[in-house]
Design a binder for this molecule. Structure first.
Ligand SMILES: NC(=O)c1ccc[n+]([C@@H]2O[C@H](COP(=O)([O-])OP(=O)(O)OC[C@H]3O[C@@H](n4cnc5c(N)ncnc54)[C@H](OP(=O)(O)O)[C@@H]3O)[C@@H](O)[C@H]2O)c1
Length: 276
């Protein structure tokens, strides 16, 4: 099963489907990432703030998979936006991961309420890390247009943002694409917030039509919309199921029916009001 690659604006290729590990505990992380690598994921999305980079590194080391077959993303923690802190941040992440570089490094949140415009300094530091080969590609997460506009004309490769069937953000996605920034969907299944997107009648109906599971329908929707997508699970059968999405396709009409579920329903934090 081969996962499509998306070419970022700096030429780096990222597997379109990855494995997210937010809220994966220290007990769960090694078995979860090991299972993901076993079923074929080659793209892992972690963060300093998830406090599980060490487990990701352990699972990678134990897998024996060649480094150049893997795509590892981690994120700079919000309190580390100042230049020296950012350098300590990347060094600590690399040490915990047991790697000499990551493939994608993101500023996790602009964190304006707590840290003002220090994210601009973080961006300058990230450009240095890229020049030094500590990271192959650099991007941001949870950045609105107003934050992107403060980066002195620089264009991040990726903006990792909340997107799922009840929070589609078509206008924002179009603006990112116009700038050459690849959108990456976080909480692609809607996390587990009730009412769950996977329990929506339209999603369940399409799953029945195709003889697949609701989560697979949603992951396929992200893929067919050209989004990078990083579902999380600690359940072995779901880790496998979420990767098994290349043997069927949604029709254009099915994609449209899912897109029409957009209700502007943000489930996670809002970059403007986030206090972390
Ligand atoms: N940049 C950011 O600020 C940010 C914010 C949030 C998330 N993220 C990234 O995005 C990744 C994914 O987002 P997320 O973890 O919030 O949520 P998600 O992937 O949308 O959903 C995960 C939830 O869905 C359940 N699930 C997974 N597969 C399923 C399936 N096939 N059937 C039914 N339920 C299923 C999981 O349960 P089990 O685990 O119990 O199986 C878990 O409760 C994160 O892990 C992280 O890497 C980034």
């Amino acid at each position: 099963m081969s996962v499509p690659q998306i070419t970022l604006n700096d030429g780096v290729q990222i597997p379109q489907l990855g494995f997210g590990v937010w809220q994966v505990t220290s007990d769960e992380i090694v078995p979860a990432v090991s299972k993901a690598l076993e079923v074929g994921y080659r793209h892992i999305d972690t963060a300093a703030g998830y406090q599980n980079e060490d487990g990701v590194g352990k699972a990678i080391a134990e897998s024996g998979i060649a480094r150049d077959e893997l795509f590892v993303t981690t994120k700079l923690d919000n309190p580390d936006h100042k230049r020296d802190d950012a350098r300590r941040g990347i060094e600590k992440s690399l040490s915990l991961l047991g790697l000499d570089h990551v493939d994608l490094y993101l500023i996790h949140w602009p964190s304006v309420i707590k840290h003002g415009e220090a994210y601009i300094e973080a961006w300058d530091a990230m450009q240095e890390f890229k020049a030094e080969g500590l990271v192959r590609s650099i991007g941001v997460s949870n950045f609105n247009i107003e934050h992107l506009d403060k980066l002195n004309g620089a264009v991040p490769s990726v903006n990792q943002i909340e997107i799922h069937p009840t929070f589609v953000r078509e206008d924002f996605l179009a603006q990112l694409r116009e700038r050459g920034i690849a959108p990456e969907s976080w909480s692609p299944l809607g996390n587990s917030t009730e009412p769950k997107d996977i329990d929506h009648e339209v999603i369940k109906g399409i799953a029945r039509e195709l003889g697949v599971e609701p989560a697979q329908v949603i992951i396929r929707w992200h893929l067919q919309k050209g989004l990078i997508v990083i579902p999380k699970s600690v359940t072995p059968a779901r880790i496998e199921q979420n990767f098994d999405v290349f043997g069927f396709e949604l029709s254009d009409a099915q994609v449209e029916r899912i897109t029409a579920l957009d209700a502007g329903r943000r489930m996670g934090g809002d970059p403007v009001t986030a206090t972390w």
